[in-house]
Ligand binder design. Structure first.
Ligand SMILES: O=P(O)(O)OC[C@@H](O)[C@@H](O)c1c[nH]c2ccccc12
Length: 270
């Protein structure tokens, strides 16, 4: 059976071939080498558990999703990102996938130009071209989805990411995927409570998976935040950072919403 993830990746590869025709590998490598050095995303996220200001937030610029359709128009991604930054975000995540998420590299450029904090290129990374492209467009961090890659790809893409001075958020959904992330030496591991093969969300899944995370990685809880209580639960389960999309893009006052999420972990100790 073709999963949602498989069908997204099929489209990602088609779109990628078009971009590779327009800007060849050699050119994109040169652009990556010429861009300002990546910011330290690992430092921005590590030891979030002990942060007296509350759990770290990775705030996402996300217009649409395969599960919900259009979430928000976001005519000016740079100004949304600035609001996130002023609300205390540690990292901005930008969806650059076009077909299902209605994102683009232009969104990444706009966000990069608007903020001083690390930026995550959130896409389905399946070809080395995309890593040079991410760096050329100012990304500091990329997403590696374990379910979309075999071990050899995971290892070589993680190495390439580090060679380019970037960090990777290595996303797992199952215990086996966490073990695969750990085996390649991932330093930042996300547990996505949304299963990308079926799109089902189960926020309790984070606590089930958290005990399998290695001690020495930065722990990120991804998806499913509907309000401060969910952020507080993730933090209580030991998350250093929480990745939030929908709840922030749908909120009319994203900076305020972000502040509420950050401090939720301080007031709702378990
Ligand atoms: O909108 P939410 O439920 O807050 O989720 C954000 C983020 O975790 C989600 O967008 C996401 C997590 N991993 C992904 C991989 C690809 C695309 C999107 C995602």
């Amino acid at each position: 059976m073709v999963s949602v993830l498989d069908s997204i990746i099929h489209g990602v590869r088609e779109d990628l071939e078009q971009r590779r025709i327009a800007v060849g590998l050699e050119e994109i490598r040169a652009r990556a080498a010429a861009s300002a050095p990546a910011l330290d995303a690992h430092a921005a996220l590590s030891a979030g558990r002990a942060d007296p200001q509350g759990v770290r937030i990775i705030a996402e610029v996300k217009r649409s999703s395969p599960s919900k359709g259009e979430l928000a128009e976001i005519p000016d991604p740079g100004s949304l990102a600035r609001a996130y930054q002023s609300g205390g975000a540690s990292v901005i995540s930008v969806l650059t996938e076009g077909r299902r998420f209605n994102g683009s590299l232009a969104d990444l450029d706009a966000v990069r130009a608007a903020v001083e904090i690390p930026v995550l290129r959130k896409d389905f990374m399946v070809d080395e071209y995309q890593f040079y492209e991410a760096r050329a467009h100012g990304a500091d961090l990329v997403l590696l989805i374990v379910a979309a890659l075999d071990d050899a790809q995971l290892q070589s893409f993680l190495t390439l990411t580090h060679e380019l001075g970037m960090e990777a958020l290595v996303e797992a959904h199952t215990e086996e995927e966490i073990a695969r992330a750990a085996a390649v030496g991932a330093k930042i591991v996300g547990v996505n409570v949304r299963n990308l093969k079926t799109l089902e969300v189960d926020v309790a899944h984070y606590s089930t998976m958290a005990r399998h995370l290695p001690d020495d990685v930065v722990r990120v809880a991804e998806s499913g935040v509907t309000g401060p209580a969910v952020v507080a639960d993730y933090a209580a389960e030991g998350a250093d950072a929480v990745l939030v999309g929908e709840a922030l893009v749908r909120d009319g006052e994203p900076a305020e919403a972000l502040r509420r999420f950050r401090t939720a972990s301080l007031v709702q100790e378990h």
